[in-house]
Design a protein around this ligand. Structure first.
Ligand SMILES: *Cc1c(COP(=O)(O)O)cnc(C)c1O
Length: 353
């Protein structure tokens, strides 16, 4: 075994997916698992597919290409770059869009390739990330409908990302009413109303999600088992699908306050120290090049993360019941940011079980 590592429990991931597919299914909502946090590793995505997902989504074309052998539709989450239109038409079935210029380029490329690329128009209902402003959505849809090689299959929104706006009956209701206006004005039927991400789940639990919303794109709730509007655990899910592992390379008793005049640390920050007297400190062979340090939590409840530089992680193990020794491996839970960093780091070994 090589460390640092991230261990993935596929059975638990499948269980989380299944719980959400069932919960959303009862309200007529399809779950689209989002694979970006684990960089679209196909073995991991397959666990979600085996649990009932009928579509997969990622923000990056590189990840979607990795998923090409999984035979279900792929949704591109990030607004396409004009420079990637060729690859997108080639590998992506559906993309989220908000720029006419981009959709026009997708249309031209699709026509050339003899394909039809499906588009979901993103509408900004207040969070101020992507999307056409809600007042312009009906008109935007009209312009898209004139393009050949493109099929407008629905509208969607994204919330609780930039502006931290929480989904509500009002803002998601607005999305449904915009859909109805588009359908009646242009005499078409839109098959998808994509009502956001893991922050929309609480509305299903309270039975408040407006009728008509029929898709959610779920990342964090599947991988960590938390809804993201209020940070509550989701019933029937595991919070420990992923484990970060790092090995002890030094174990010594040292004072808790540095000796000598202090300046700034390796990252230009002025550290603060708590005097706990002489403590037993473990140095683990992992650091900021591997994981987001303030996003990890030791599974050993008595261990305290003191800090880290690029590749040294310092843990206070004085209060731990277990007698650690050099070579032992400590386990950590990760938040979304830590998970993202650990999967992206080329130094972190991926153990898929
Ligand atoms: C990342 C992303 C999601 C998934 O968000 P979670 O909060 O992890 O569920 C959904 N939609 C878009 C557009 C995204 O970029």
């Amino acid at each position: 075994m090589s460390y640092p590592a991230i261990r993935v429990n596929l059975e638990k991931l499948a269980c989380n997916t299944k719980a959400l597919v069932e919960k959303c299914g009862k309200s007529g909502i399809d779950v689209v698992p989002v694979t970006k946090v684990y960089c679209g590793i196909p073995e991991i995505a397959k666990a979600s597919v085996s649990a009932g997902a009928k579509m997969l989504a990622d923000s990056r074309i590189e990840n979607i290409i990795k998923l090409k052998d999984i035979n279900i539709p792929k949704l591109l989450l990030r607004i396409p770059m004009l420079s990637q239109v060729d690859e997108i038409v080639e590998h992506v079935d559906i993309s989220l869009n908000s720029e006419y210029e981009v959709i026009k380029a997708l249309s031209e490329k699709s026509l050339k390739k003899g394909k039809v690329h499906k588009v979901i128009l993103m509408v900004d209902i207040g969070d101020l990330r992507e999307g056409v402003w809600y007042e312009n959505a009906v008109e935007s849809a009209g312009r898209i409908l004139e393009l050949k090689g493109i099929e407008l299959i629905g509208i969607g929104t994204n919330l609780t990302c930039y502006g931290a706006v929480i989904p509500s009956k009002d803002n998601l209701g607005l999305l449904v009413s915009i859909t109805e206006k588009i359908e009646s004005k242009y005499n078409i039927k839109l098959s998808i109303i994509s009502g956001g991400n893991s922050s929309s789940i609480y509305m299903i639990e309270k039975n408040e999600i407006p009728k008509g919303i029929n898709q959610l794109r779920l990342g964090e709730s599947i991988v960590l088992g938390y809804e993201t509007a209020y940070g509550d655990k989701i019933e029937g899910t595991w919070q420990d699908v992923f484990t970060f592992l790092a090995e002890i390379v030094e174990l010594k008793e040292k004072p808790s306050i540095p000796i000598g005049k202090t300046g700034v640390d390796a990252f230009g920050e002025k550290p603060v120290f708590t005097d706990r007297g002489v403590r037993k400190r473990a140095i683990l062979a992992a650091g900021r090049q591997d994981v987001k340090i303030d996003g990890i939590k030791p599974r050993d409840k008595d261990a305290i993360v003191l800090g880290a530089s690029s590749d040294h992680l310092i843990i206070d193990v004085s209060d731990c019941k277990q007698e650690y020794k050099v070579g032992d491996v400590l386990e950590f839970d990760m938040d979304y940011g830590a998970l993202l960093a650990a999967f992206t780091s080329g130094y972190v070994h991926k153990i898929i079980e």
